[in-house]
Ligand binder design. Structure first.
Ligand SMILES: *Cc1c(COP(=O)(O)O)cnc(C)c1O
Length: 455
């Protein structure tokens, strides 16, 4: 039985739009793949060669999937501020300008403009991070997973590293502490139990392995309750100092400011870790810090220097665009402007009453367009593995459509820009804490275009 010809299918007028957006070769590649699948099916004993029309339909669907796989703008009404699946922290106008300038032109990345000679990359980052964390030196790489890999490789390759069994965790996206340790060449020494690890466990392990490093991991995406124990960071810091060994902490979230002002208690800051005696702490640039994707290591001059010189440092180098965004974000912190300029901080620190008033304005505006919606109190969260289990008082509009909530949520995701809410008790909630300033009308228009009665 004959299969439709690839060139004939690819030239069909139904595929004009796909051809315009993916190019002729892009369409031919999809047709070829689908025809090949049919050929394999027939060779394996399948029956009935598909018609050309059937192939065209499948090509159109496949092309739509490819085009839909491009990242596009989303209005985040989920109530999760640092949303891992939505690109984590949004950047403020100042960081966006810095990225745009760095992207469009040349930049003094590795030249000292005072002397005209080759200069070190990241002098401003180092300085800002020293000031903001109290560390002797600091380095930024591509992400926090890279920072911890580099910290372990530079300090503990081929050497024992002591870790509590309660901290051998998976952070997400397949990042598992034992596996990253193995990749770094460090030798894992497990101590304690899942729920309880005492200072004495660390002491015994260091007796048995003198010169081992100690790794502490922040359990960012889960909480243990009940019969649990682990030593205070200060106690570990003292022990590491007494024994002259390195204490490495993977903090993940990495707040540079105290979040108590937002009603979030107990989230450690990077400065707390340094003050507690951590030798090197690693954290993300786009979680609680609110900057670009980056992994930051702040610590002693000796360790950071070793990390900088390690061959992996080049492989994990921070790109110039995230570097520009991170520098601008840290400048906001240095100048004391972070709570106005860094969106992750602005969104978390807005008062619950302010968020509620916004949700009520949305409800009124939707009602004027014939869309039934009510303002309700909700709980939002920081997200991004940062500050787990901590709720932010928030408010939302609750949409009351005739259709099922799942179906409405899907239609909102299909809007331009896409609107992402969450489903609670069979209704779609659009949380007012996480929608960025200036996005209100865009979001309400999108909702009305889907739900307003036709006139
Ligand atoms: C999020 C997180 C990481 C990974 O950070 P990335 O920047 O995504 O690489 C590592 N460790 C901890 C404790 C985290 O919370």
């Amino acid at each position: 039985m004959r299969l439709p010809r690839v060139d004939r299918v690819a030239a069909r007028p139904e595929l004009d739009e796909a051809r315009a957006r993916l190019g002729p070769r892009g369409v031919v590649s999809i047709v070829r793949q689908i025809v090949q699948e049919e050929r394999d099916r027939l060779l394996a004993g399948g029956v009935g060669a598909p018609t050309e029309d059937a192939i065209v339909d499948r090509v159109r669907a496949a092309a739509a999937r490819v085009l839909g796989g491009r990242a596009r703008r989303v209005i985040n009404a989920t109530g999760v501020v640092v949303h891992t699946n939505l690109g984590r922290a949004p950047l403020g106008p100042r960081a966006v300008r810095a990225v745009s300038e760095a992207a469009a032109g040349y930049a003094s990345l590795e030249v000292d403009l005072a002397t005209g000679r080759r200069g070190g990359r990241g002098a401003f980052l180092e300085h800002a991070l020293q000031v903001l964390t109290g560390a002797e030196d600091a380095l930024a790489v591509n992400n926090c997973a890279g920072a911890i890999l580099l910290a372990l490789a530079a300090t503990a390759r081929g050497r024992p590293v002591v870790v509590s069994r309660g901290e051998l965790v998976e952070i997400g996206g397949g990042f598992r502490v034992p596996e990253i340790m193995a990749e770094s060449g460090a030798v894992l020494v497990e101590i304690g139990t899942t729920n309880k690890t005492r200072l004495a466990d660390y002491e015994r392990a260091l007796d048995a392995h003198p010169g081992a490093a100690v790794l502490r991991v922040h359990p960012s995406n889960f909480v243990q309750l009940g019969f649990v124990e682990r030593p205070e960071l200060e106690a570990l810091g003292r022990l590491a100092r007494e024994r002259g060994v390195a204490l490495i902490e993977d903090l993940g979230g990495g707040a540079l400011v105290d979040f108590r002002g937002a009603g979030i208690v107990g989230e450690p800051t990077v400065a707390d870790s340094i003050a507690a005696g951590v030798s090197v702490v690693t954290f993300s640039g786009d979680k609680a810090l609110g900057g670009a994707q980056a992994g930051i290591a702040a610590g002693t001059a000796d360790i950071v220097k070793r990390m900088r010189k390690h061959p992996l440092a080049r492989a994990l180098r921070l790109g110039r665009l995230p570097q520009a965004a991170l520098e601008a974000t840290l400048a906001s912190y240095l100048e004391g402007q972070a709570s106005e300029e860094v969106p992750a901080l602005v969104l978390t620190h807005t008062s619950a009453e302010g968020v509620r008033a916004r949700a009520e304005r949305w409800a009124v505006s939707l009602a004027e367009r014939g869309v039934a919606a009510t303002a309700v109190w909700t709980e939002a969260e920081m997200g991004g593995g940062a500050l787990p289990g901590q709720r932010l008082r928030s408010a939302a509009v609750r949409l009351e459509p005739a259709v099922r909530a799942e179906e409405l949520a899907a239609r909102l995701r299909g809007a331009v820009p896409a609107v992402l809410g969450r489903i609670v008790d069979g209704a779609v909630l659009l949380d007012a804490r996480t929608v960025l300033e200036g996005e209100d009308d865009l979001m309400l228009d999108a909702v009305a275009s889907i739900l307003a009665p036709r006139r």
